[in-house]
Ligand binder design. Structure first.
Ligand code: PBG
Length: 326
């Protein structure tokens, strides 16, 4: 029975009826707030390409997390800026590394806040790649050892979840067995499973000072043209023990989020990355878009695509808007 019996607009006539039939909604429970931590004290250095984002020293980070906890954002995702870098990225797994110190301090002050640690070497290596370099190539298996060691040091510092973002083959399995061997059987792994080699990471690399010094990441991150490959990557990570799988970036990869959700029905995270954030901020600063509405539309769209967890630099402001009922 088509028109005139069928009139889809009937279910749109007022806000109450729209609320009744709404299929998806964003909640504060869905959000993860990424933070950048550096050594020192009293520091909040703005990231020029990411308005509203700062690199915090641990003391200032702790002050900022008070609002995050009050807003009931369940989790943060930490990125570290080491004091110095070397070829083996030793700052990543140093017992007194910036992340290890930060996690201990955060868990002491806010035991209920979930701390997810991004696990990668690119912020810690002097060459800026996510693994060990031999003959200008990122070698896979030697990198696994360092990643597993880093995971254990994060868990030892009190990390609630480990999020490997390096895209080496076999890293989830290596990390899982290292965690288990060291008694961290209940520490989940959220794997950056379908992580694309994306130009949308540009602002992040300013923030984390992690741009590769030579070449690019195409020999380990995925080709943006591929989606079947994402399914294979996710399957491998699940087989290796990933608890949550991630698609990254989010906006140009909504189809991949949906396919992963449909294919595996497992918890899926999507990373609304730095370039996606900065584009919105730049347009908003120019008065070209309604920032609040655009942000909420983007985050709800990512959920509708199939994400259970949305990692976003907008988390704090989105949580405020949700609290205030927009
Ligand atoms: C580290 C890492 C990156 C991001 C998260 N973890 C950068 C990269 O792979 O170059 C990007 C996050 C963002 O753009 O917001 N490997």
């Amino acid at each position: 029975m088509p028109f005139p019996e069928q009139r889809p607009r009937r279910l749109r006539v007022n806000e109450n009826i729209r609320r009744m039939v709404r299929e998806n909604s964003l909640s504060v429970n869905d959000l993860v707030y990424p933070v950048f931590v550096c050594h020192g004290s009293g520091l909040a250095t703005p990231v020029d390409s990411m308005p509203g984002v700062y690199r915090y020293s641990i003391d200032i980070l702790l002050k900022n997390l008070e609002e995050i906890v009050k807003l009931r954002i369940p989790a943060i995702l930490t990125f570290g800026l080491p004091a110095k870098k070397d070829a083996a990225g030793s700052g990543a797994y140093a017992a007194d590394g910036v992340i290890q110190q930060a996690v201990r301090a955060i868990k002491k002050e806010y035991p209920e806040l979930m701390v997810i640690t991004d696990l990668c070497l690119c912020e810690y290596t002097d060459h800026g790649h996510c693994g060990v370099i031999q003959d200008n190539y990122v070698v896979n298996d030697p990198s696994l050892e360092l990643l597993a060691k880093t995971a254990v040091s994060h868990a030892a510092a009190g990390a609630d979840m480990i999020a490997p973002s390096d895209m080496m083959d076999g890293r989830v399995g290596a990390i899982r067995s290292a965690l288990d061997k060291n008694g961290y059987v209940n520490t989940p792994v959220m794997a950056y499973s379908a992580k694309y080699c994306s130009a949308f990471y540009g602002p992040f690399r300013d923030a984390a000072d992690s741009a590769p010094k030579f070449g690019d990441r195409r020999s380990y991150q995925m080709d943006p043209a591929n989606a079947d490959e994402a399914i294979r990557e996710v399957r491998l990570d699940l087989e290796e023990g990933a608890d949550i799988v991630m698609v990254k970036p989010a906006l140009a990869y909504m189809d991949v989020i949906r396919r992963v959700k449909d294919e595996f029905g497992c918890p899926v995270a999507a990373y609304n990355v730095s370039g996606e954030y900065s584009m919105v901020k730049a347009a908003a600063q120019n008065g070209w878009i309604d920032e609040k509405r655009v942000v909420m539309e983007i985050l709800t769209g990512i959920k509708r695509a199939g994400a259970d967890v949305v990692i976003t630099y907008h988390a704090r402001e989105a949580a405020r808007w949700l609290r205030d009922g927009m």
